[in-house]
Ligand binder design. Sequence first.
Ligand code: PLP
Length: 384
Amino acid sequence: MSKKPQDGLATLAIHAGEKTIERSVTQPIFQSSTYVFEEETQYVDVKYGRLSNTPNHQTLAEKIAALEKMESGLVTASGMAAITTTLLACVEPEGHLLAQDQLYGGTYYFLKDDFSKWNRKVSLFSVGESSNLERHFQSNTQAVYVETISNPTLQIPDLEKVVEIAHRHGALAIIDNTFASPVNFNPVDLGFDLVIHSATKYLNGHTDVLAGAVAGGSRLIEKIRKMICHLGPSLDPHACFLLNRGLKTLVLRVQQHNINAQRLAAGLQKIPRVKKVYYPGLEEHPNHLLAAKYFKGFGGMLSFDFDSAVNELEQALKKLRLPFVAPSLGGVETLITRPSTTSHSGISATERSRLGIHDTLVRVSVGLEDVNDLLLDFEQAFSV
Ligand code: PLP
């Protein structure tokens, strides 16, 4: 598709990167690991699945770059593949990374347990410190890493300040934008250099694919592509097809996730046994003003604290009719988890308590069911 600067996100989600092949409107799956090496082909032009340069990869790369308003994009076999290859490509051996402390568990454990094995160092800062990071910088700090909305207490770093200070120190500003999605926020607008997604979540949206994505300037994306070629986590063509199909409805889905989550958050606040609701769209949320300044919508994720013991909470969760108790997020169906037993179970109880991740904290990925049904379901399960 020939792009026009004024094309809206919904248009790009459907048309960006698409090429008609054999007159098919929907791109077929190129189930071929390798491609014919023609006489005039240079070695750098070799097409091979692991090099992430087959037609299915290229369409997605262009589409994701367009959605994040970046020069180039890449897809990977999972969100963690996107995160690990990006961090290893952007922080050199002997280099230092400055990262937010409240992160997706997989990212946190990779940084805590594995990063040093690759001869890279990391130090962590709290979301509250994000506007004042000066003292954390070291002479070898090469990148600052944050999540748009932290998991699971939904705090928002001072993203403008993070970019400003990273660039002042000659470091890259990298963000995991999974929770917001490009519909609610484009980090490039604040100057971020690289945007990562677990495409398993909102980008795909149907809980049937594992995938990751990175978007940024071409030079950086080529560095990451090289790391993917070496480590091997490229996306399978069938998963590419499913992700591309999911992306076409991204805008509509996320707009409705925003509406459903805002209504459910307000409804949960009225249930007496719900002690506190964490949702950036609520005025009481400590980062509501930042969220309103940065985001077009407040997203589909919320958390809440229950007022009683864990066993009572477990009983209440069992009474829910619609949500599945399952990790992950961003799909059409509502999912709930207790982060202390899932994503953050490997963190010590003291550290969890410091991060506000109580045993009675419940995280909800609000789905696309009729929100009145969701409200009634939570009321019946949690009111007694
Ligand atoms: N980033 C965030 C914010 C996540 O929530 C997750 C997974 O839950 C990941 C990254 C990792 O993504 P994946 O499971 O696709 O590897």
